[in-house]
Design a protein around this ligand. Structure first.
Ligand code: HPA
Length: 273
């Protein structure tokens, strides 16, 4: 994306005018996991179409708006709908909102997604804290000229997911009695679900779950100096592990069922950040 800094600055300037609470936390809600925003008070919805230079959202189950609100006393900015590489967006477009978030003063991003389970100790409905990722999307959002105002040319990914936020999420889950697993999320380009052979390969590479988002967003946030916490909802077992065919409808159903637990957990985590 040409003139990324200037575009992001224009988007951020527009949003600064509109936003009332100067949120420091942004959340991105995956397929079927939008319920967290039902607990927001004092809400204001800003459609992506209104924001200069913002891409638009197309997938069923994803809206296209930023929602500002409060969770308890904590101001939060939610992305209702994210941009996926498989929709035909460039990686820079997929990650565009996070460049804007940095300029808005967002310090923490919470990412959620629906994912297929590769680790056989998982089952549909399992919540997985993402401790690390493998980028199998075939490209990288940071390719191209680097603008040092955003971040360094060769960003470190040692702590792509904030260790402090992982600890916070663990302690809130333990306190609430929420069961969760931890694991490595493999980002796959999609839009096809993986083949059984790919899943065997990914298991050998160390992946516990696979999905079509999150990896570029987390990498870019890490580059931008934004702390990231990410949670997968395992909506199905990956190809070859589950014996039935995949269905997007089923993915949404399971995500919706797990939504309550996810919201109770992340709701408290966010208020303690
Ligand atoms: N593979 C990739 N993406 C997914 C899956 C899966 O099995 N389930 C939900 N999102």
């Amino acid at each position: 994306m040409e003139h990324l800094y200037e575009k992001a600055a224009a988007s951020a300037a527009y949003l600064k005018e509109k936003l009332r609470f100067a949120p420091k936390i942004a959340v991105v809600l995956g397929s079927g996991l939008g319920d967290l925003t039902a607990g927001f008070t004092d809400t204001q919805e800003i459609p992506y179409g209104e924001i200069p230079h913002f891409p638009q959202s197309t997938v069923q189950g994803h809206k296209g708006a930023l929602l500002e609100g409060k969770l308890g006393q904590t101001p939060v900015l939610a992305m209702e709908g994210r941009f996926h590489f498989y929709e035909g967006y460039s990686m820079k477009e997929v990650c565009y909102p996070f460049y804007v978030f940095q300029l808005l003063g967002i310090e923490t991003v919470v990412l959620t997604n629906a994912a297929g389970g590769i680790n056989r100790s998982f089952e549909p409905g399992t919540l997985m804290l993402i401790t690390d990722t493998i980028n199998m999307m075939g490209t990288n959002p940071l390719i191209g000229p680097n603008d040092e105002r955003f971040g360094p040319r060769f960003p470190d990914m040692t702590e792509i997911f904030s260790h402090d936020l992982l600890d916070l999420a663990r302690s809130v889950a333990d306190k609430q009695g929420i069961e969760y697993k931890e694991g490595v999320y493999m980002g796959f380009m999609g839009p096809c679900y993986e083949t059984a052979a790919e899943i065997r390969a990914f298991a050998a590479l160390g992946a516990d779950a696979v999905g079509m988002s999150t990896v570029p967003e987390a990498m870019v946030c890490s580059y931008l100096g934004i702390k990231v916490l990410a949670v997968s909802c395992i909506t199905n077992m990956a190809t070859g592990i589950q014996t039935v065919r995949h269905s997007h409808q089923r993915v949404l159903e399971i995500a919706n069922q797990a939504g309550d637990r996810m919201c109770r957990w992340l709701g408290e985590v966010i208020q303690k950040m």
